[in-house]
Design a binder for this molecule. Structure first.
Ligand code: ATP
Length: 314
């Protein structure tokens, strides 16, 4: 039995500007992604000789966060689809694999955990293909990532990046220093599509909800490395629909904001991300939040962190 182990980071959006809905149903985004060192781990376990046809035999996720009600271990899982996509595109016969995922990022939390699984699976599968033929180029890997989901290219890339289009046209951003975060999962699922369509509805009657497509203030704050300026520049257009769908989030944001510098909803939510001054401050904030909301899951993480990498081949 051999194995290839890869990992990829979770993310928080430091800025999420949502434009008008497009004809294809997507919204144009201006998103500043920030990868954090809370990483998903994907292992490909390999046994036997190369065979033609589907590469994945089975998969199993081990949860280091709350297990969702749904069973996510099947051919629809992004990690599974990523492995099949790489092997099919490379046109190389490989031995059948079993996928094992260690899930450290909240499921359906707005931190791109599934996208991280896909990105880690892409680089792991490419390492497998390389043993039996020609691996895919970084460009082709990126194309496959974008076809799997709008957040997957960033999970491959990591760091801090500006994403435009569906969020998948990426440019690396300059930033100074480390950012220290507490992440809180209030366990009140928010459907991403619902959050976007509610934003469209809310905008009809409320000019204050105009798209925030300018991330210049955040960009300058990131280059300065000043946590106070970065905290002031954080913005998420999806926060209003998230608060409308789940009013309890207002209380969580207020309490979490008091515990750190500033609290925001991560992506489409419901995860709340709290920016703090230091690693020590995150521990204090995490305890404070855990005391007030003892049913919620809480962890601390730092960013920026690197993108998807192969950790080990054995
Ligand atoms: P994003 O921030 O990109 O919106 P998310 O973190 O909110 O993503 P995910 O954890 O990626 O959400 O999962 C959303 C849904 O996708 C799950 O409820 C599940 O049905 C499906 N899914 C497919 N593959 C995975 C995976 N590898 N891990 C978790 N969920 C997956």
């Amino acid at each position: 039995m051999r194995e290839i182990v890869a990992s990829a980071p979770g993310k928080v959006n430091l800025h999420l500007g949502v434009g008008e809905a497009r004809a294809d149903g997507y919204h144009d985004l201006v998103s500043v992604f920030h990868a954090v060192d809370r990483r998903e781990v994907v292992r490909l376990r390999i046994d036997g000789d190369p065979v033609a046809g589907p590469a994945v035999e089975t998969m199993r996720t081990t949860f280091f966060v709350d297990r969702p009600d749904e069973d996510i271990d099947g051919p629809g899982n992004l990690a599974w689809r990523a492995v099949e996509a790489v092997v099919a595109r490379a046109g190389v016969a490989v031995p059948r694999v079993r996928i094992e995922v260690d899930k450290h990022v909240f499921v359906a939390g707005g931190m791109a955990g599934g996208s991280a699984d896909a990105a880690a699976a892409l680089v792991a599968a490419n390492a497998l293909v390389a043993e039996y033929g020609e691996p895919l180029s970084p460009q082709v890997l990126y194309e496959l990532a974008a076809s799997l989901g709008a957040d997957v290219p960033f999970s491959l890339m990591g760091g801090t990046a500006l994403g435009t289009g569906r969020g998948d046209e990426l440019v690396e951003m300059l930033s100074r220093g480390r950012l220290h975060w507490v992440f809180i999962n209030p366990k009140i699922g928010i459907n991403t599509g619902k959050a976007f369509s509610l934003l469209d509805d809310l905008r009809h009657g409320n000019p204050a909800l105009l798209p925030h497509l300018d991330s210049a203030q955040l960009s300058q704050a990131l280059t300065s490395g000043d946590v106070g300026r970065i905290a002031a520049a954080l913005h998420n257009d999806l926060e209003e629909p998230a608060l409308t769908l789940r009013p309890v989030l207002k209380r969580v944001l207020a309490a979490a904001g008091d515990a750190g510098r500033r609290a925001i909803v991560s992506g489409s939510g419901p995860t709340v991300a709290v920016l703090c001054d230091s690693a020590d401050a995150t521990r204090f904030a995490a305890e404070h939040v855990a005391e007030q909301f003892d049913a919620y899951e809480v962890f601390v993480a730092e960013g920026p962190d690197h993108g998807a990498v192969v950790e080990r081949v054995s």
